[in-house]
Each structure stands twice: as structure tokens, then as C-alpha cells.
Design a protein around this ligand. Structure first.
Ligand code: PA5
Length: 418
């Protein structure tokens, strides 16, 4: 397993007995997750079934995109684009198209600027929308298709537009009517749980990343969760954060000293925020990238109101090395760094922050991975999805619906005259 968890600086806030009980409860929920029938059609993500769907079509179209596209546009919002974006933006890519994101804003400035950037380039798009009712991806598809019609005939459009939606949706009908490749958004998988379905797999493949390794990470985490009931990483994390929540710690800040995790933390914020924030309950998820944000939010973390949990996302091998060469004649005052590598400097800053915040009364949790790879993303996504399902149940809310989001959507649609 490439990921470990350190709960020592959080468990010190908890009694041994309550911890044992909470872990047993979380373990029971985790085991039940794999045993129960999926009556509500929300647990499609727990097995590998949805990750093998349309693999050949995904591979072939991804290869074509990598050969022919200058720009690949991922059109989607929330769970429909976050997982793929986090992997794509975190990992180095050798070649292939530039990846552009649309369908995630209503800003005319951003839409216009993005279209301008794409002028004269070979474009492919993947429109991802579960039921094809969401305003942002739906409206951007209209705009993009019309924009592409200026450059491509019907046949070329059919080749360059891929759509990912549920069977029976209007998006599938459009695919049939116009000859687009249709990829399935499995019904029993919510957007924020869709990392291992064609929703996440196709963009990751088109970006030229290793889908097999990503799925191997998922399989390893799944085996662990399935086989080690109360003692897997998701259960241990879920139990501790629930106990802390019961003590009044109602904000969790995920932090990383690797800016490349910026989009991952966004995915995590969505997963927990949309799954847990219900019925006036839930831990409020937030995220920061250190060391930059230590110069802003660091003050609050150290010294502000003590209702915060801090969850560190750490990497043993950052996969890069930048040494500080001595330069005695220059006298810039930074000679104490001579001969050090930024890998060590970053790590030292992280350790110092971990110690200081823990001393300042913040329960700290650490997830540590050996290195950043497709495999580690596969593991992380799966563990956090299980943790979220377990947490939701411990919290007494349904982690698979999002009625609050539907409410604002209804209000927005009414304002727009839908
Ligand atoms: O997790 C969820 O269900 C949501 O965040 C959705 O992914 C998001 O609202 C986009 O929905 P859709 O794919 O229907 O456009």
C-alpha cells in the first residue's frame, strides 16, 4: 500500500474507549457497504464494474485525440470534471493536447477568453453531464458546438464531439442523432463518486496518463477496505473525525505543501461538503496550499478559534530536486540553506508546521504517500470515497444525495425562466 495515515496528533484528543467504539461502529458501516444491496442505486462506485465499461472505445478515442487534437476540452462541473482534472493537473504529461476546462462557470469573460485561446487549433470536446440538465455544461455545449460548426462539417463534428451521460438522457439522444461517441455515466454513481467510471477514465486516458496504474491503485484500496473491515485507512479516518466533530471541531482544513494537489483538495472539498453538509450538520471542508497560505491562513490555524481539524496530504518523494548552491560572496543572508535541497526544505517546513499547529491545539491528521502517481490518485480517491460514505452514516446524513444543491438550482432556473 502506497498510502499511510498518522492519527497520533488527533487521537490524543480522544479517549481510548470512545475511539475503540467509534472504530468498531465505522468498521461495521464499512463492511455493510460491501454486503448490502444497492437498493437506492447509489453504490455503483464501490466495485470495479463501472471501471471496465467501454474500455476499448475509451482507449481508441483517447489515442485518436492524442494524435489529432491540439486542444481537448473537458466540459463538466462538480463531480463531472473534478476527479479527472485533479489527476491531469497534478501529473507530468509527455505530449498530447492542451487540456482546457469549460462547463464550470457562467462568466462571459472566461468563456470568451477560452474560445479565443482555442482559435485555429484542432479541437475535441467531451461533454460530461449526468442527466444533461445542469446549466453550465448544457449551455457551454451549445456554445462550443456552434463555435465548432464554423470550422468543421457534420462528419468532423461527429468525430470530435464525445458525450458522457446516462442511458436514456437527452445527451444520449443527441449522440444517436448526430453520431457522437456516447460514453456511459453509470446511473448508480453520483458525480462526486465517479472517478473510476468513464466520467473520469476517458479524460485521464486522453491526457495520456496511465489508466491501468490508476485502476491498480483503486483495486488495492478497494481490497483493503473490503477485506480489512475496521482497520482500514478510511475507517480509521472516519471514526476519528466523527469523534472530533462531536467535541466541536466542525471545520476540517486539508493542506498540502505540494501545489500540484490544489485540484485534488478541491475534489475532496466537494466530496465531503456535498455529501455531509445536511440537516444543519457536517464538518465544513476547506483547503489550503502551504507554504504560500501559511502567510495568510497560517495565523488563524495557529492561533484562531480552536474548532479546526487539519489534515495534511504529504509526499515522501516529491519527484524533483533543486539544490541551493552556496554563494558566500553575495551576502544575501540565506547561507543557512547552503547545500540543502528544496525537497528537504519543504519537508522541514511541513514538519515544523505539523508540530507547531499540533502544539497550538489543532488535532492534526496526516495522509502520506510514497510518491505522486496515477496509482496514488487511484488509492486516494477510493479511500476518501469510502471514508465519506462511512462518515455520512456516522453523521446521520445521506452521503449520496444533494438536495441543497437542487434547491439553489431550482431557484436559479426560476430566475432564468426555465
Ligand atoms: O456530485 C454530484 O452529484 C454533483 O456535484 C454533480 O456532479 C454536479 O452537480 C454536476 O452534475 P451533472 O453531471 O448532472 O451536470
Amino acid at each position: 500500500m502506497g498510502i499511510s495515515i498518522d492519527l497520533s496528533k488527533a487521537e490524543s484528543y480522544l479517549g481510548k474507549d470512545e475511539l475503540r467504539e467509534a472504530r468498531a461502529k465505522a468498521g461495521t458501516i464499512c463492511r455493510a457497504l460491501y454486503e448490502k444491496e444497492d437498493k437506492d442505486k447509489v453504490l455503483g462506485w464501490r466495485s470495479e464494474e463501472t471501471s471496465v465499461m467501454q474500455r476499448k472505445q475509451i482507449r481508441e478515442k483517447a489515442e485518436e485525440i492524442r494524435r489529432e487534437a491540439d486542444v481537448f476540452v473537458i466540459v463538466g462541473v462538480g463531480g463531472s470534471n473534478q476527479a479527472a482534472r485533479a489527476v491531469i493537473e497534478a501529473l507530468p504529461r509527455k505530449n498530447g493536447p492542451e487540456i482546457v476546462y469549460l462547463g464550470n462557470t457562467l462568466s462571459p469573460y472566461t468563456i470568451q477568453r477560452t474560445l479565443e485561446r482555442m482559435k485555429g487549433k484542432s479541437i475535441y470536446i467531451d461533454v460530461i453531464a449526468k442527466n444533461f440538465e445542469t446549466l453550465e455544461p448544457g449551455s457551454h455545449f451549445r456554445i462550443l458546438r456552434q463555435w465548432m460548426r464554423e470550422y468543421y462539417d457534420k462528419e468532423e463534428l461527429a468525430k470530435r464531439i464525445i458525450v458522457t451521460g446516462t442511458r436514456g438522457s437527452r445527451l444520449e439522444e443527441l449522440a444517436t442523432e448526430n453520431g457522437y461517441l456516447f460514453l456511459q455515466f453509470p446511473v448508480p454513481v453520483g458525480g462526486r463518486y465517479s472517478a473510476f467510471t468513464p466520467v473520469g477514465l476517458f479524460p485521464i486516458a486522453a491526457a495520456g496518463l496511465d489508466v491501468d496504474e490508476y485502476l491498480a491503485g483503486m483495486a488495492a484500496a478497494q481490497k483493503d477496505c473490503r477485506e480489512h473491515g475496521e482497520d482500514n485507512l478510511a475507517v480509521r479516518y472516519g471514526a476519528v473525525r466523527q469523534l472530533l466533530y462531536d467535541q466541536g471541531y466542525n471545520i476540517e482544513m486539508m493542506v498540502s505543501f505540494e501545489p500540484r494537489f490544489g485540484f485534488f483538495t478541491k475534489w475532496w472539498v466537494q466530496l465531503f461538503g456535498e455529501s455531509e453538509g445536511k440537516e444543519r450538520r457536517g464538518i465544513f471542508p476547506a483547503a489550503s496550499i502551504y507554504s504560500e497560505d501559511l502567510h495568510s491562513i497560517g495565523q488563524y490555524m495557529q492561533d484562531g478559534r480552536r474548532n479546526l481539524i487539519e489534515t495534511f496530504l504529504s509526499v515522501k518523494d516529491p519527484g524533483a530536486s533543486v539544490a541551493v548552491e552556496p554563494c558566500p560572496e553575495y551576502g544575501d543572508g540565506f547561507d543557512y540553506l547552503d547545500g540543502m535541497d528544496f525537497a528537504d526544505i519543504n519537508r522541514a517546513a511541513e514538519e515544523a508546521t505539523w508540530e507547531a499547529h499540533a502544539r497550538g491545539g489543532v488535532p492534526c491528521i496526516r495522509f502520506e504517500m510514497d510518491s505522486v502517481s496515477e496509482r496514488s490518485f487511484g488509492e486516494l480517491y477510493y479511500y476518501f470515497m469510502v471514508a465519506c460514505a462511512v462518515s455520512g452514516e456516522l453523521m446521520g446524513v445521506n452521503p449520496f444525495d444533494q438536495e441543497g444543491v437542487e434547491e439553489y438550482k431550482r431557484s436559479m432556473f426560476a430566475a432564468l425562466g426555465k
